[in-house]
Design a protein. Structure first.
Length: 707
């Protein structure tokens, strides 16, 4: 037992060491968030007052006395668009009252650009290009100035990152300028998205589909590419000789393959049905077939991202990753030519592509100007959907805009209703616990079923894992600028905190930790499995066990002290909680975090809820409020603890003290002790009362006969 105690203490030290060791590697993927106010003060050195974020767009107004110097806003508040890493690049944008960009500063990013040998300073330098431009300008990353666009230089090795940044900056600036009144907001009727006619199919060969415009082509000669790089640093790099100027550089045919007439004829019935089965509502299939310059690009091999192609529709730029891609090996349409590359890309629903509206395919062509540096330009091909393939509803008058909070709650109605139903079921279990525990088999199945739902739905599907960081955020908000909107933006977390608050007031923290915490539920289910396959269980002596309780309170105090100085620093050290790794990122992160989470899970095969009992700072924080609980519904008898110790021995998290008292700061409300309390076959005092009752009945029967 002493060795195991040392092992647990060592585990605590190891995870802290891993967290410290992983900080430099973490820096490769995350630029710690910077506070916006100091950045705004540096942009506006003459400012006398900077407002807080105001309105649904979270704009800040900058004053010099009564004069408005400009406005500042963050792209994450107005246009949260995922970049290469899957997370947005949060950029602070400042404009003056005429709509001129005064500055753009990167506040936070999750881009692994340093791994590609690119210093973070180059990302900042890219953002500096917006200074002096206007919101009304049509800005394009890379290439020459054409078709009314203003070109800004890209960033070699981070093409997708800067293109997404450009979309986020320009979209956020447009929304802000419209809100302020710098540019006119178009209030015309809204054209709702078209839908593809799923039941319309006509047999067609390759020539039919190309001839009527169902399939479009982007064709580039070497001369057209050379012309695009004219008067740039890459002008004569890889330039074609005179006799090669008209040679093919790239030929790409493109279409939407979820249109039955197009997809079924090109892909064949079986492959078309299989691909369509992969689509979720609102998703589409873009089919690309090419020869010459590869549209896949080297980024696909390095990092699973296609950095040479994008699809544009309106202000939306759509990039693709390996999870969006399926390789096509053959075409079934009669007369189809041979292609070097054929791929289908899934356009995800969050991009809100309207299949009936025009869209463009964009091909990026890069030329290397040095060992690291390169320039690129892009070429676009237009696609206009044939009217016969789609149903286009009539235009609608726009409804009044909902706030961001209202939009989020409206979008998550199904999840909210389902979670509220779970809360209702839990309340019914608690209110009728005295009846349910009289049926042990049913009670155990009910509890295990509820825990499975907690892990799968609340944890992995909805990401509803509370963290001690939420506690610190709430406390910091109370001490500063408290806004309910900050907490209402995540309905699942908000409802869970409300449920935790209500149950803490009525029954203590035990209900949340025992029923609603996804990681706690996962640990318990793993332990149930370990016991089912008869793995040996390790239990510490109670004297050692109760001293290990103190570890989680020490961790809580340490994190709380850090949060007073820096909430961001506290959040980094709060990684001792494996919640983010397990549920939010689903183990898709650096190895130290994954190893720590897996270690904590595997330990539960031999010891139930180890992390909850000894290390969880969230459990420690919630247990602080335990003394104010209103009800104590866990029944005990005078014999509990002296002489009977059955429940204390059976309690698998050792929350019952040797004297029979339940420590509600450590209890997880599993109700196993209540099952024993009502079970005449297991509870010694109850068995004794039952024997006495039977003896009394046997004595009464002869007396009745004599009379």
């Amino acid at each position: 037992m002493g060795r195991l105690t040392s092992f647990r203490v060592c585990c605590t030290g190891v995870v802290l060491a891993l967290l410290l060791m992983s900080k430099p590697s973490h820096g490769l993927f995350v630029s710690p968030p910077k506070p916006s106010k100091p950045v705004i003060e540096a942009i506006f050195p003459q400012a006398s007052y900077i407002s807080e974020k105001e309105g649904t767009l979270a704009l800040r107004t900058v004053y010099k006395g009564e004069e408005i110097l400009g406005y500042a806003f963050e792209t994450n508040d107005l246009a949260r668009i995922p970049a290469y890493s899957g997370e947005p690049v949060n950029t602070l944008v400042a404009i003056d009252p005429s709509g001129r960009y005064l500055a753009a500063r990167v506040l936070e990013h999750h881009e692994p650009i340093i791994l590609a040998g690119i210093p973070e300073s180059k990302l900042w330098k890219f953002a500096e290009q917006y200074t002096g431009l206007f919101v009304q300008d049509r800005l394009k990353v890379g290439g020459n100035i054409s078709q009314g666009y203003v070109a800004i230089d890209g960033l070699s090795g981070a093409t997708v990152t800067v293109m997404v940044m450009n979309v986020a900056i320009t979209k956020a600036a447009t929304l802000a300028a419209q809100h302020i009144g710098i540019i006119e907001k178009k209030l015309a009727a809204i054209q709702p998205a078209s839908t593809i006619k799923a039941d319309l199919f006509e047999p067609a060969n390759w020539q039919d589909l190309v001839g009527d415009g169902s399939i479009r082509k982007l064709y580039l000669t070497r001369a057209s590419v050379d012309d695009a790089f004219a008067e740039t640093a890459a002008e004569h790099i890889d330039e074609a000789r005179a006799e090669q100027k008209q040679d093919r550089f790239s030929e790409i045919y493109y279409t939407l393959a979820d249109v039955p007439t197009i997809g079924r004829n090109l892909l064949g019935e079986a492959d078309y049905k299989w691909l369509m089965a992969q689509l979720k509502p609102g998703e589409h299939l873009a089919l690309l077939m090419g020869n010459g310059y590869s549209f896949k690009g080297s980024g696909y091999v390095r990092g699973g991202i296609f950095d040479r192609i994008q699809i544009h529709q309106g202000e939306t730029a759509i990039s693709f990753r390996d999870l969006d891609h399926e390789r096509i090996t053959d075409l079934y349409a009669q007369g189809a030519p041979n292609f070097h590359e054929m791929s289908v890309f899934i356009i995800r629903s969050e991009h809100e592509l309207d299949p009936g509206a025009p869209w463009q395919i964009e091909l990026l062509v890069r030329r290397q100007t040095g060992p690291v540096d390169s320039l690129f330009t892009s070429f676009k091909g237009q696609y206009d959907m044939l009217e016969k393939y789609v149903d286009t509803p009539a235009a609608m008058i726009p409804q009044p805009e909902l706030s961001l909070t209202e939009q989020v709650w409206q979008e998550q109605q199904v999840e909210i209703i389902a979670l509220l139903l779970l809360m209702l079921i839990l309340l019914l279990i608690l209110f009728f616990q005295d009846i349910l525990v009289r049926y042990p088999h049913f009670m155990h199945r009910l509890r295990h079923g509820f825990l499975i739902v907690t892990v799968v739905l609340i944890g992995w599907v909805w990401g509803g894992q509370l963290s001690v960081v939420n506690v610190f955020t709430f406390l910091n908000a109370l001490m500063g600028d408290f806004r309910w909107e900050l907490f209402l933006l995540d309905p699942i977390i908000f409802i869970l905190w409300c449920a935790a608050a209500v149950t803490m007031l009525l029954w203590g923290r035990a209900v949340y930790c025992g029923w609603l915490c996804p990681f706690g539920a996962l640990q318990e289910l793993v332990n149930v499995f370990g016991r089912y396959i008869k793995l040996p269980q390790v239990e510490l002596p109670f004297a050692v066990h109760e001293r290990l309780w103190a570890i989680k309170y020490l961790i809580l105090l340490a994190l709380f002290g850090l949060s007073l100085d820096s909430l961001a620093m506290a959040e980094q050290f709060a990684e001792i909680e494996p919640f983010k790794t397990t549920f939010l990122l689903k183990f898709d992160r650096q190895w130290p975090f994954v190893a720590w989470a897996l270690l904590l899970i595997v330990i539960n095969l031999f010891n139930r809820k180890t992390f909850c009992r000894y290390l969880c700072p969230l459990g420690a924080a919630l247990s602080v409020s335990n003394s104010i609980r209103l009800f104590d519904w866990l029944k005990r008898r005078p014999e509990c603890g002296s002489p009977c110790k059955t429940c204390a021995k059976e309690c698998e998290i050792q929350a019952i003290q040797p004297n029979g008292v339940i420590n509600m700061r450590e209890c997880h409300y599993c109700l196993d002790c209540q099952v024993t309390y009502f079970n005449e076959q297991k509870c010694p005092p109850l068995k004794k009362m039952a024997r006495k009752k039977r003896k009394d009945q046997q004595v009464e029967i002869p007396i009745a006969v004599t009379e």
